[in-house]
Design a protein around this ligand. Sequence first.
Ligand SMILES: CC(C)(COP(=O)(O)OP(=O)(O)OC[C@H]1O[C@@H](n2cnc3c(N)ncnc32)[C@H](O)[C@@H]1OP(=O)(O)O)[C@@H](O)C(=O)NCCC(=O)NCCS
Length: 112
Amino acid sequence: MPGTSAKEDGVVLGTIGCTVHFHRVELGFALASAFWGEGYMPEAMKRVCQAAFEDDRIARVQALCDEENTRSSRVMQKVGMQYEGRLRKYGHHPNRSDIPRDCVMYAIVRGD
Ligand SMILES: CC(C)(COP(=O)(O)OP(=O)(O)OC[C@H]1O[C@@H](n2cnc3c(N)ncnc32)[C@H](O)[C@@H]1OP(=O)(O)O)[C@@H](O)C(=O)NCCC(=O)NCCS
């Protein structure tokens, strides 16, 4: 991640979860709000995508977020993922609603 102290002081800024399904990796991500807007998550996500494609078995890396979560959508776009569509009533996001929410799916595939 960019910056200096973040790398050197060992403070955990956020998390990226990776779930592998055969040829496919799904990423979930979150960053402490104090560090939003500094490009940390796109940089970290790019590195994770690169690492995933170093494994020849991986053909696709995907991520999704609530349809109104424009910050997360921007992260996925900046990583080079393409918008693939809307998953209706897919998400459970109690911070927004108790009702299942539409989500948007982004992905990058080998060769993009
Ligand atoms: C989504 C998240 C990871 C973004 O990480 P980040 O390192 O801040 O990403 P960036 O610095 O590249 O900012 C991404 C976009 O967020 C928006 N943004 C960032 N900081 C902002 C702020 N303080 N106010 C408003 N918008 C802001 C901008 O649109 C920015 O895109 P831009 O650079 O094209 O203008 C972070 O906002 C987060 O953890 N959010 C809460 C958890 C979450 O939504 N997780 C994802 C669920 S799938």
